[in-house]
Design a protein around this ligand. Structure first.
Ligand SMILES: Nc1ncnc2c1ncn2[C@@H]1O[C@H](COP(=O)(O)OP(=O)(O)OP(=O)(O)O)[C@@H](O)[C@H]1O
Ligand SMILES: [Mg+2]
Length: 127
């Protein structure tokens, strides 16, 4: 089974999270900048003319499509590297993935998300 991890993390944790993922052999990923809020509904900031509310905070969304046998290890790496303990550390969503196709080679499924030297090759695994 292929899964997609969508991790919403702090902007200033991106480098730590990328390093942690590289360390365990996660190769393919993408990130983008998002804006939103969780259960606090944003933050209250102090300005010159009093306090004001910022309801949409910038976060990083990190997307990884991977084999489900690497899911727990990858989630653990993100939990450890994205953590500060303060409100706003983010959330991790996990989805099933229907199909992946590498355009150049037409490889599908596991083969399309395997990379030289990655987590699977290190484990000596074959789909
Ligand atoms: N239910 C949700 N669906 C989609 N995106 C969400 C959801 N909740 C939060 N987000 C996104 O995740 C970001 C981080 O959320 P945040 O870490 O503040 O979660 P929280 O549930 O409020 O937990 P905490 O109490 O630790 O702050 C938000 O800024 C928003 O972009
Ligand atoms: Mg919050």
């Amino acid at each position: 089974m292929l899964k997609k991890i969508e991790a919403i993390i702090r902007e200033d944790k991106l480098n730590d999270v990328k390093d942690a993922l590289r360390e365990i052999g996660i190769v393919g990923l993408n990130v983008f900048e998002i804006r939103g809020h969780g259960r606090q509904g944003g933050v209250t900031l102090a300005g010159r003319s009093g306090t004001y509310q910022v309801d949409m905070l910038t976060k990083i969304q990190l997307n990884i499509v991977l084999s489900d046998r690497n899911l727990d290890e990858t989630i653990e790496a993100i939990l450890n590297s994205a953590y500060t303990g303060k409100a706003g550390d983010g959330l991790i969503f996990v989805y099933p993935v229907e199909e992946v196709i590498r355009i150049r080679t037409r490889e599908r499924g596991y083969d399309a998300v395997m990379y030289p030297g990655d987590i699977d090759e290190r484990k000596g695994a074959k789909s």
